[in-house]
Every structure is written in structure tokens, then in C-alpha cells.
Design a protein around this ligand. Structure first.
Ligand SMILES: [Fe+2]
Length: 217
């Protein structure tokens, strides 16, 4: 379980602890779908609210299957080719070996557009298209993702399941409301769902179910 509480130190970060910048639509741990031959990305996420910020920053969800229906065949074709390098989050790059900081050229869409698996993150410096045509199609996909999205206030008592294989999520920018002792009020909890940890066997275990992105062999 990760506790997502805004950190006043991290307010300008693009992470679950940030606040002042919108955390734009992304698939969780997108780059980890294409690390070598393994997929380390969670298949789903659970979010629940513990404490609600009165400003109600929303978590937004977007079903990529709906977004893909808005795109041209040419854009689908581009997004299905290995034309995109997907990067690990900025905060990780300092401690990650260079060869694991970004994927080799990978597709954004795998499978058919009715039954796709998608991989992307739209906050800054997360996906590097390898040419202009690929970049244009990615931008159109981003706009379509925004268009079909909807907001949810993850308040206490609500449990949201996000299928991380084709559902993007984002978090609004907000200025955290503080309690009497000066601590941010907002508090969400997040769980990563993985059907099994077989792929993780080559990673360095930090704790029982916590792994470091450094290959063991
Ligand atoms: Fe996320």
C-alpha cells in the first residue's frame, strides 16, 4: 500500500506526492511494460480515499478504447509501430542504470483497437517519438484521451479500480489545504495489482513485495 499525501517538498514533482502541477494522463509505470522481455508494470491499480481535501482535486480516468475510436487509421498505424522510447519517471532516473532509463523503440498500442493494450505517459519528458510523424499521432492520441476522460473525487468510502492495460489516469493540479498542524489534508491510498510476481524474480527484492529496478544478473 502506498500512501499518497502531498509533500510540500515535492509540490513541483510529477509524482503521486506532487500537487501544483497537473499529473497528466498516464499508464502507471508505463516504461516497465517493455523492460527487456519482461513486463513489470501493474495490471491494475486500486485507489481509495482516507482524507479529502476540501478543494477536491479530481482523479481523471480515460478509457483508451474510446479514445482510439476517434483517431484515423494512419494515426493508429503509427501508434502501433515501435516508434516511441518510453522513459522511467524523472525521479527514478538518478538511481537507475542508463540502459534501464528508457525502453528501446516500442509501440504505444499493442493488439487491435477493440482489445488493445496501451502504454504512454503524457506528462513532460516521458515519451520520445523517434520522428515527427510519430510525434503528431501521439499528440492526437493525447487530445483524444483528454476528450473522452471524466473526473472522480476519490473520497473516503470510494474504491476505484483502474485497469492499467488500457485506462489512463491523471490528477488535477491543486494547492494542498493544510490542517491545524500545517500538514496536507489530502490522503489517498494506492495498491498495485499484479497477477503474479514471476517476472519480478530477476529484480532485486528490497522488501517482500517491493523490488528495485536493477537487474540481478
Ligand atoms: Fe499514477
Amino acid at each position: 500500500v502506498n500512501n499518497l499525501i502531498p509533500s510540500l517538498k515535492a509540490k513541483k514533482e510529477y509524482t503521486g506526492l506532487g500537487s501544483e502541477y497537473e499529473l497528466d494522463f498516464h499508464i502507471e509505470n508505463a516504461a516497465l511494460k517493455f523492460m527487456g522481455t519482461n513486463n513489470f508494470s501493474p495490471s491494475g491499480l486500486l485507489l481509495t480515499g482516507v482524507n479529502n481535501d476540501p478543494k477536491k482535486p479530481l482523479t481523471r480516468l480515460s478509457d483508451a478504447r474510446e479514445a482510439l475510436r476517434l483517431l484515423s487509421e494512419q494515426d493508429i498505424e503509427q501508434l502501433s509501430q515501435p516508434l516511441y522510447r518510453i522513459k522511467v519517471p524523472y525521479r527514478w532516473r538518478v538511481s537507475t542504470p542508463v540502459e534501464l532509463q528508457e525502453t528501446s523503440p516500442s509501440p504505444i498500442i499493442k493488439g487491435t483497437i477493440d482489445l488493445p493494450e496501451v502504454t504512454a505517459a503524457f506528462y513532460p519528458d516521458m515519451v520520445a517519438p523517434i520522428n515527427n510523424l510519430a510525434a503528431t499521432s501521439l499528440e492526437k492520441f493525447r487530445n483524444a484521451i483528454r476528450k473522452v476522460s471524466f473526473g472522480i473525487d476519490v473520497n473516503p468510502g470510494r474504491l476505484v479500480y483502474i485497469n492499467n492495460r488500457f485506462t489512463f489516469h491523471s490528477r488535477d493540479a491543486f494547492k494542498p489545504t493544510l490542517d491545524k498542524s500545517g500538514n496536507p489534508i489530502r490522503w489517498l491510498q494506492r495498491i498495485f495489482i499484479a497477477p503474479d510476481l514471476w517476472n519480478h524474480r530477476t529484480l532485486e527484492p528490497v522488501k517482500d513485495r517491493v523490488f528495485k529496478l536493477a537487474l540481478n544478473h
